[in-house]
Ligand binder design. Structure first.
Ligand code: FES
Length: 161
């Protein structure tokens, strides 16, 4: 979607028109766009603004406030390391540091090959199996720094097949 082509413009227009009867359609529109494309860059926000009459500043505020929305494309694998209290006291910082070191990216970034996005998350609701790491929404229990290399290796192999 890098530069909005006609198909993407038509799709986004169609998404905006889905919710014309709603009083507060913005969250629904942005959720559908996020699901469809995986991110919501500024030029898409401008198009949504044009179609809905909602100011770009308001749309930008929503996109940047909710972590579910993203301004940039995310990787094929989204690795979310929980840094909530229970995970933190069980060594979660060392796990995210290891991912960061091996992937050469910081939390919030995506690898150049588009394979991995690393995120720091708050409580995943899985404190009993801390430290927890979510990979594309699947929670991995009691992860140790020593397992990180193997996790990345397996994901790379999966992506290559
Ligand atoms: S603090 Fe990590 S799952 Fe609750």
């Amino acid at each position: 979607m890098a530069h909005l082509n006609d198909a993407a413009k038509a799709k986004i227009t169609e998404i905006c028109e889905r919710y014309t009867d709603e009083k507060t359609p913005l969250m629904m529109i942005l959720s559908d766009i996020q699901r469809e494309y995986g991110y919501i860059p500024l030029e898409v926000q401008e198009l949504v603004s044009e179609k809905t009459g909602i100011p770009v500043a308001e749309i930008y505020g929503v996109v940047t406030f909710y972590s579910f929305f993203s301004l940039k494309p995310k990787g094929k694998y989204i690795i979310g390391c929980c840094l909530g209290t229970a995970c933190y006291v069980k060594g979660a910082q060392a796990i995210i540091d290891r991912f960061s070191e091996l992937l050469s990216i910081r939390p919030g970034e995506t690898t150049e090959d588009g394979l991995f996005t690393l995120d720091a998350l708050r409580c995943l609701g899985a404190c009993g199996i801390a430290p927890a790491v979510s990979i594309n929404g699947k929670v991995h229990p009691k992860v140790t720094p020593d397992q990180v290399q193997e996790i990345i290796k397996k994901l790379r192999e999966e992506a290559a097949n």
